[in-house]
Ligand binder design. Sequence first.
Ligand code: NAG
Ligand code: NAG
Length: 220
Amino acid sequence: SPSLMLVSLLVIILPALASAQVEWPKCDDKSDNVVRIFNSPGSQQLPVQLNGASMTTYDANFQPACNTTGGDITFPGEASVNQGTMTVTQKFDARFVTMRLTMKKNDTEIGWMCIDGVAQNGLVDNTFCTFDFCDSYQSVIYAMPICDALTQPGVYKLDEKTPFPIYFFFNPIPYEDRNLMTGMWKISARASLGDVVIFDWTFMGTDDSGWVHITKTGVQ
Ligand SMILES: *[C@@H]1O[C@H](CO)[C@@H](O)[C@H](O)[C@H]1NC(C)=O
Ligand SMILES: *[C@@H]1O[C@H](CO)[C@@H](O)[C@H](O)[C@H]1NC(C)=O
């Protein structure tokens, strides 16, 4: 009968689809495109602490972006802190928070790019490695929800309302060198106000290797 034929067709087609899918790396929103953010080792005494924090990463078309280590920081693209809590134990004048990056690529040509905000090779200068975190006009990331929280001690829930757009983050890198960014990185960020270190965060994928993938797409 026709309906029996339809059933047997489905039986044949469905397993074929299922096995074809495992050939592609899975990148489900909020479960695979995840970059976790930890308090860096040794920073547990600092006045701002994260717990269970992570962000999700998207490409320029707002599709989830993944590589083998989980979320792929894609530029142009977007990242959104969407999970965890941030505990603030002191009040800060958030207007003047300085962010210093430490970044190392798994590649002998580039290697260390920034160490605690100081540029290490000719690829970037200090304006990439050190920036005003909370200056909404100058900053390369939009961190206002985090900066507002720094002005008042408390436990803050990080959710979809804590965006972290990274459209401008890579702008200090000369256009012709941006492709060199594609690859595996170790990334941490230390925020301070004058001489006081406020927090030190390390970005990691969903595995425990400590590496995060960055992809420069052809768009920008
Ligand atoms: C780092 O680079 C080495 C040499 O190219 C490679 O064998 C290793 O798999 C890379 N590690 C990661 C995490 O990509
Ligand atoms: C991961 O990134 C590398 C380039 O660094 C690329 O060749 C590879 O296809 C990417 N893998 C996935 C699963 O997207």
